[in-house]
Design a protein around this ligand. Structure first.
Ligand code: AMP
Ligand code: GLY
Length: 428
């Protein structure tokens, strides 16, 4: 059986690794993939098609006897790739367009949570500047509680501004509605209450009825150590996140995951594929910061290596049903991943730098280097993106996995390489 993976990041490299070894899988195509998937060899092949070339991807899948397609990023989900493949009788992992609105429309997600009593920050929705400004003006200046101002549409994780006083909130409204810094993604704007606590992410795979949980993870979104500086796609992650105790997980299932799946089914758009629940946990009480319709990057690079069972079998069951019956066991221990980025990221950075990895850096079952922004040109590995590599290690403890990951990072060189030295530090 052949599998097609769509996307070009470290997340998709991790999918390729997890799927290529499955006994039932013949070829794994990655569209477009990256230098890491190009180097895998064996049954893994890059295909020069981009994630939004829906017609071409469908044609490719049909012509190459692809039994199952796995979608990494959110844009093709928003564009309706699952609807298209299904209409053509093809099996694909992910939610249909209407259900993917849990990620692609914050207004949809917030209203859905309100309809179903799912815990999340209080909010209002605005469609023009005067209304948004009136609302901000109506809040007392003296006790102004921080407001989180969000573009409703997809913004690659960057469409959120936290305003600590009235002036900042009015400025943010102007940037979204007048300066259009997020373009049409901010045609609708959510202004919500600031949640206190610590963030973690929980990932479910679902066939629309039953669901299975990966280990909870924690991302590091800021560029700087101590969670300072600009937001990025994510600079490192680890799992399991001790913050998500069994008791918290029980609450997440009871109050968030089950009502979400039941609510989506009840509203006529059963949710299938991966559900990413971004949580704020305050004194053991979880609420939803955001939903995503896919797995996270870099979280995938720790949650998939910790899955002991066959990922392909679970993915197929999420499409065909019967997900409750497939094995879904985790390894003991922990995983950590450290992202190595191009100097300057998330602002402007240079590309084309040769990447040198000392032989022996990767160790079976211990250290895996997932590629994000690399390309393989005439046998030379070069940087081609902001996030370049995601270096993952497993260990019997979080401490051990972090030590191994950082030791491996020390054996990798490219000009201008930057990484955070405090991944996982909060959990130790
Ligand atoms: P989002 O795109 O909704 O995930 O928001 C991006 C980041 O902004 C989150 O990961 C949080 O760190 C922060 N954030 C979003 N909403 C809130 C909120 N209501 N309270 C506190 N922080 C928030
Ligand atoms: N790491 C955050 C995300 O994938 O959205």
């Amino acid at each position: 059986m052949n599998v097609l993976i769509i996307g070009n990041g470290a997340r998709e490299h991790a999918f390729a690794r997890a799927i290529a070894g499955s006994s039932r899988v013949e070829k794994v195509f990655v569209a477009p993939g990256n230098g890491g998937t190009a180097l895998m060899g064996g049954n893994v092949v890059n295909v020069p098609l981009k994630a939004l070339q829906l017609d071409e991807l469908l044609e490719f899948a049909r012509e190459n006897r692809v039994l199952l397609t796995v979608v990494g990023p959110e844009q093709p989900l928003e564009a309706g790739i699952v609807d298209r493949f299904r209409a053509a009788g093809m099996k694909i992992v992910g939610p249909v367009q209407a259900a993917a609105r849990l990620e692609s429309s914050k207004v949809f997600a917030k209203d859905f949570m309100r309809r179903h009593g799912i815990p999340t920050a209080g909010y209002r929705v605005f469609r023009d500047l005067p209304a948004a400004n009136n609302y901000v003006e109506s809040i007392s200046s003296a006790t102004f509680p921080p407001q989180v101002i969000k573009a409703s549409g997809l913004c690659a994780g960057k469409g959120v501004i936290i305003a600590f006083d009235k002036d900042q909130a009015l400025k943010a409204n102007g940037e979204l509605f007048e300066d259009r810094i997020f373009g049409s993604a901010a045609d609708e704007v959510v202004i919500e209450d600031f949640l206190h606590g610590q963030e973690a992410s929980v990932f479910a795979l679902t066939d629309g009825r039953e669901y299975r949980l990966f280990l909870p993870a924690q991302d590091h979104k800021r560029i700087g150590e101590g969670d300072t500086g600009k937001n990025t796609g994510g600079m490192g992650a680890y799992a399991p996140a001790p913050l998500v105790t069994p008791e918290v997980m029980r609450k997440v299932e009871e109050r968030i995951i089950r009502p979400t799946l039941a609510g989506m089914a009840e509203e006529g758009m059963p949710y299938t594929g991966f559900l990413y629940v971004g949580l704020m946990i305050d004194r053991g009480e979880p609420s939803v910061v955001e939903f995503n319709a896919r797995l996270g990057d870099p979280e995938t690079q720790v949650v998939l290596p910790l899955l002991k069972s066959d990922l392909f079998d679970a993915l197929l069951a999420s499409v065909e049903g019967g997900l409750g019956e497939v094995p879904f066991l985790m390894h003991e221990g922990a995983a950590a991943t450290v992202v190595m980025a191009s100097g300057g990221y998330p602002d402007a950075f240079e590309t084309g730098k040769p990447v040198v990895i000392e032989p022996g850096t990767e160790q079976p079952d211990e250290v895996t280097i997932f590629h994000a922004g690399t390309s393989l040109d005439d046998g030379q590995l070069r940087t081609c993106g902001g996030r370049v590599l995601s270096v993952t290690a497993l260990g019997s403890t979080l401490q051990e996995s972090l030590e191994r990951a950082y030791r491996a990072v020390g054996r990798i060189r490219f000009e201008g390489a930057y990484y955070r030295r405090d991944i996982g530090a909060k959990a130790l």
